[in-house]
Design a protein around this ligand. Structure first.
Ligand SMILES: [Mn+2]
Length: 314
């Protein structure tokens, strides 16, 4: 096996120069095959409030320039232990959501064909549905941990089925989730009514609220999640609005009282050993960001996801 090609050497090319790929990794077309590919989906036509997540992938790549190759929290050097590459963006129709959903499904399935696992950077949360379809086509119905301020299991908005607030209801309806092991983490904030929670529970979801994380602590929460997941193939969907607006102001539907970036990263690290088959980080909307707070957080979340995938490969 040839050695993986890693990021450009920052002792030779400073971090503010060189390629604009995620973590300054090679492009997928430069390495041919990747164990893990970072792919952008600059799509935000499914949002219900502030638009702008179409600029998320570029902002997260820019903020990822400072990532370094060794992850001490997980004791892993992901870029040395496997080939990681940047697969560029999936370009989809900004005027036709159904068409965009099909495009993401096909492109993700194509990228996964030879076993590549995807860490997808959105884009709004609509894209989780086609990404889950692609994952389920390969692995069967998948367990899901959904980190978000919101449930995202609403039925329709203005009659529209495919939006950033509805992907996980569609996914349950389509039978692509293993509903024995689906859970929201970090939810909070006002709802339309109590029925939102009843519907969500009926769909099969468990909930660890943002307040639960604070009361129980990250280790206990991660242990409970890991037990619930067991050995099932697991998809992780991370809406950056799971973080408090202090940690992620640059997002479309911010809610007070969220996780700190430290809590989120530590819960993720507590999932080491799970059989992760794919992941996304969505809803970074850089126009509302300050000093790259949100895109730095998202780039670190993506790096942790890659680290978890590297551990799974070891
Ligand atoms: Mn969401």
């Amino acid at each position: 096996m040839t050695e993986p090609r890693g990021p450009v050497d920052s002792s030779r090319i400073p971090r503010f120069a060189g390629p604009a790929t995620f973590a300054r990794l090679p492009r997928l077309d430069e390495v041919g095959h990747a164990d893990v590919a970072v792919v952008g989906v600059p799509f935000d036509s499914g949002v219900s409030y502030r638009p702008g997540a179409r600029f998320g992938p570029a902002a997260v790549r820019e903020a990822s320039r400072l990532l370094r190759p060794y992850h001490p929290g997980l004791d892993v050097s992901p870029f040395a232990q496997m080939q990681v590459a940047d697969a560029g963006d999936i370009a989809c129709n900004p005027f036709d959501i159904r068409d965009a959903v099909e495009t993401v499904d096909e492109a993700a399935s194509g990228l996964m064909e030879d076993g590549t696992k995807l860490v997808t950077v959105g884009g709004d949360h609509t894209i989780a549905l086609p990404l889950l379809r692609a994952a389920a086509r390969r692995h069967g119905p998948v367990a899901l941990l959904h980190f978000d301020a919101h449930l995202d299991t609403w039925d329709t908005y203005f009659g529209a089925e495919y939006t950033h607030g509805t992907p996980f209801r569609r996914a349950v309806e389509e039978g692509i989730l293993d509903t024995e092991a689906v859970c929201h983490v970090g939810t909070r904030g006002p709802l339309y009514g109590k029925r939102d929670l009843e519907d969500d529970r009926r769909l099969g979801f468990g909930i660890v609220t943002s307040a639960d994380v604070m009361r129980r602590g990250v280790d206990e929460v991660a242990d409970a999640l890991r037990q619930r997941i067991g050995g099932r193939p697991l998809y992780l969907s991370i809406d950056i609005d799971v973080l408090d607006p202090a940690h992620a102001p640059g997002t479309g539907t911010p809610e007070a009282g969220g996780l700190t970036s430290r809590e989120l990263l530590e819960i993720l690290r507590g999932l080491a050993g799970c059989d992760i088959v794919g992941a996304d980080v969505v809803e970074v909307a850089p126009a509302y960001d300050h000093a790259e707070i949100t895109s730095v957080a998202a780039s670190h979340v993506a790096y942790d996801l890659i680290g978890l995938l590297a551990l799974g490969k070891a």
